[in-house]
Design a protein around this ligand. Sequence first.
Ligand SMILES: [Zn+2]
Length: 360
Amino acid sequence: MTGASADTLNKPGNTVPARAMRALTLVADRKIELLEVAAPPAPATGEVQIRIKAIGLNHIDVWGWRGMAFAKRKLPLIVGVEAAGEIAAVGPGVTSRQPGDRVVAYGALTCGTCKACREGRDNLCENVASIMGFHVDGFARDFVNMPARLVVPIPERVSFRDAACAPVAFGTVQHMLFDNAKLEPGETILVQAGGSGIGSTAIKMARAIGATVITTVGDDAKEDKARALGADHVINYKTDRFESIVRKLTGKKGVDVAFEHVGPDTFNGSLLCLKRGGRLVTCGSTSGQSITMNLFQLYLQQYRIFGSFGCSIRNIRESLAKMADGLTPVIDTEVPLSEFERGLARLESRQVFGKIIVMF
Ligand SMILES: [Zn+2]
């Protein structure tokens, strides 16, 4: 954990008075407890201390909560992968931020010095240590110390609640659509699961640049909501074969880009929806891990497939700028700290439309 352990609580010489703080801690698979732990010490050189205000929930939280055999991590673990807050204190040598600044944090502990980091491709860091809230202690606590280089200021017009969607949800979609798939105005995109946090974000971002959006949803109630976000065509994938409808809607040509994160349930169908030379970009696989793929189809149709995970710090800045311009996240529910686990269960059940935010 970043911060003091219990035995340093009352040690003389600490520059900040010892104090306790709340931390939502995963103690076993599917078991999160709100514990009192020692607050972190004063920020070290190059660090800032953030007072957390809001946490965005994502599928990575659900994976962590359910337990992942292959992930290298130790319990207990403070949860929370995506957060917004304000600077409570700055460490020596930090001049770019000051107490009171509203910020979000980049939760992957990158090295900051490798070629990828130097080129601003942070999510391709060669020495990334871990993801906060998944491998090591995360943001669901009152205070956290972070390297100042990993925090991004929140524009004035953006609330903590909305900003909490920037580091993972908005950043991921920004990276998928514009760095990887290079979606352009006038193109057509298929957004799978348009009611999810990233699906709803993808609909809004694609519409905002003038792309035509076809989206899938899992129930009728979500159809109107997806249309209200700007989707041009909404398909209920439980009652209709989305592949056939997309072919019809595009005059048998197919779409330029498919936005995937569902996995085996939809992946091959998404490929079938692409036009020749189309791009599929995926950042998730909520319905499973493996598929069988037709390689003839892959090269004859000259598909381009992008695996995408996380984003760069630049993508977070771009996301916050979009929010300041009015492209705000779709919020499903706002819940108090005590209902973090209920939020995860709701996310897991796919009953959501938009993001679930936990407020401190
Ligand atoms: Zn690096």
